[in-house]
Design a protein around this ligand. Structure first.
Ligand code: TXA
Ligand code: MG
Length: 349
């Protein structure tokens, strides 16, 4: 399949490109498009045949549900009820990086929700995404626009790399501002439960509901018999070609440990990459050293993480060693993604 790629200027949106992308989706095709979290691979959420094409293009397991993207607060057609707490979340965090899991209406095909009775709904803040949803006229089902297992795309180049020849149309825009996927909150239980940490942090959610908690399974290594509430959590994810190890502890000790490891691997003829920060990058002696941003601005680290993980694929390295980040605010989401990319291979120093 030939893939048409167009780049849109998000500061001066060319409506004809939005219309062109929308036409593909209305015809039952899939289109990659930018959002403020990561790029999405979208199809008409109400069209089961179209939705199947998303799973095919990504190589996504059939039991992993999609979230739907809306541009309107009135979602009664798609979800059973909107409890008071959900209303508050929507008012405070939509449009933005928050997905809310509701009980779904039958109009949402089982293909979209992967047979679940619930559906995740998000209103993105990206103007391009919002315009596209409005132009299509139905919600857009969209997972991240990466091949299953790879780090999510934060730039159009990543989408082209993964989906060229597999989808008919890629709508490119800006570098995704948040850089990690949306926070997912399940509101169908007794208490609000975070199924995936993201740009809307726990402390932000607590402003709406004190009792909200993070599903303990989120930060742990999944057991063999693990049946997570968010099915996607059990799959290997965010993985570059080379294995990843995380070194966790006080910063000086972390740097010393990484230097020692890199030297040992070098003696064995292995090439090691280091995920460093602006504060530490000058402290490393050997290896391919890449800074993911400054520790004083964790948002920048979030924005760069997936890009950095992808860069190593072209560098021919045998191992990637990463510093850890404080599991606080956006750091929770960053460490969640890093741990998954490392298959929970963590060395504490
Ligand atoms: O920021 C985002 O959320 C991006 C952009 C494109 O909007 N989308 C995204 O979708 O990250 P995806 O499919 O890559 O990740 C969605 C996650 C998966 O782990 C899936 O298992 C979980 O959400 N999920 C979807 N529907 C669910 C549901 N009804 N209940 C529990 N988890 C659900
Ligand atoms: Mg994904």
């Amino acid at each position: 399949m030939e893939t048409k790629v167009v780049i849109i200027d998000e500061k001066n949106i060319d409506e004809s490109l939005i219309k062109e992308a929308a036409e593909y989706i209305k015809m039952g095709e899939v289109v990659a498009f930018p959002t403020e979290t990561v790029y999405g691979l979208g199809a008409d959420a109400l069209n089961a045949e179209a939705v199947k094409k998303i799973f095919q293009a990504k190589g996504r397991p059939q039991d992993n549900p999609l979230i739907i993207h809306v541009a309107d607060f009135d979602i009664k057609k798609y979800v059973k009820e909107v409890p008071e707490k959900a209303k508050k979340l929507m008012e405070k965090f939509w449009p933005g990086p928050l997905t809310i899991v509701f009980n779904k209406q039958d109009i949402i095909p089982d293909e979209t929700s992967a047979q679940l009775k619930t559906i995740g709904v998000r209103m993105p803040s990206s103007e391009v995404a919002l315009k596209l949803i409005r132009e299509v006229g139905t919600p857009i089902a969209a997972p991240s626009a990466n091949l299953s297992g790879k780090p999510s795309p934060t730039r159009v180049e990543h989408c082209i790399e993964d989906l060229s020849g597999k989808v008919p149309f890629i709508l490119g825009g800006e570098y995704s501002e948040v850089g990690v996927e949306s926070t997912i909150v399940d509101i169908t239980g007794d208490k609000l439960c975070v199924l995936r940490p993201g740009g809307i942090t726990l402390s932000m959610l607590k402003e709406v509901d004190e009792e909200v908690y993070i599903d303990p399974a989120v930060m742990e290594k999944p057991r063999e018999d693990f049946k997570p509430k968010a099915p996607g959590m059990k799959y290997r994810h965010y993985a570059p070609k080379a294995p990843v190890k995380i070194i966790c502890g006080e910063l000086q000790k972390t740097v010393a440990k990484i230097n020692e490891m890199v030297q040992n691997y070098k003696d064995d003829g292995k090439r090691v990459a280091i995920i460093a920060t602006d504060e530490t990058k000058a402290m490393y002696k050997e290896g391919v050293i890449v800074s993911v941003g400054t520790r004083t601005d964790i948002q920048t680290v979030g924005k760069n993480l997936f890009k950095v993980l992808r860069e190593f694929d072209d560098m021919d390295v045998d191992l990637i060693i990463s510093e850890a980040f404080d599991e606080y605010d956006l750091g929770v989401a960053i460490m969640n993604r890093l741990k998954k990319s490392a298959g929970f291979n963590i060395i504490y120093v």
